[in-house]
Design a protein around this ligand. Structure first.
Ligand code: HEC
Length: 123
């Protein structure tokens, strides 16, 4: 994970307001509703692969638990954990990282925004 200190340095030097590794930075998605995101998560079956706080069953173990995701600086340890990137990752992760085992998910852009808003409540 050598990318993390490097990004931290870039943030310190450039002073970007929304820098990717500021895990305590509020991440807002205008108009997105975390409660609707949880409904989408249940319907889409994210929990068949991920343990997701708020979803009692199933609690899949083929992928990382999403508990605490809102505090992670990176998505899958590689991509900046920022709203636009997360929304795209949720819908079509392979378009961002061809090596990823996270499949494209059949959710709309609006649904993915709700999901992202929910994931950012997981601190
Ligand atoms: C078929 C299994 C599967 C399903 C279904 C699935 N995922 Fe994933 N997901 C993965 C795998 C595997 C990874 C790890 C990818 C990697 O590291 O490249 C991942 C990674 C992630 C990450 C990054 C986690 C981290 O700690 O950085 C998020 C966020 C995520 N998935 C959200 C979702 C959401 C939201 C849904 C439902 C819309 C979903 N996933 C459905 C398998 C799945």
């Amino acid at each position: 994970m050598s990318a993390v200190p490097a990004m931290g340095l870039a943030c310190a030097v450039i002073g970007l307001a929304g820098c990717a590794d500021k895990a305590d930075q509020p991440r807002s998605l205008a108009g997105a509703d975390p409660a609707r995101g949880l409904v989408v998560i249940k319907r889409a079956g994210c929990a068949s692969c991920h343990a997701v706080p708020g979803v009692r069953w199933p609690a899949g173990a083929t992928a990382a638990s999403l508990d605490g995701f809102g505090d992670r600086p990176l998505i899958s340890g590689r991509l900046p954990n920022q709203p636009d990137t997360l929304v795209r990752f949720i819908r079509d992760a392979p378009s961002l990282d061809p090596q990823t085992a996270m499949p494209p998910m059949p959710v709309t852009e609006a649904e993915a925004r709700h999901v992202a808003a929910y994931l950012y409540t997981l601190r």
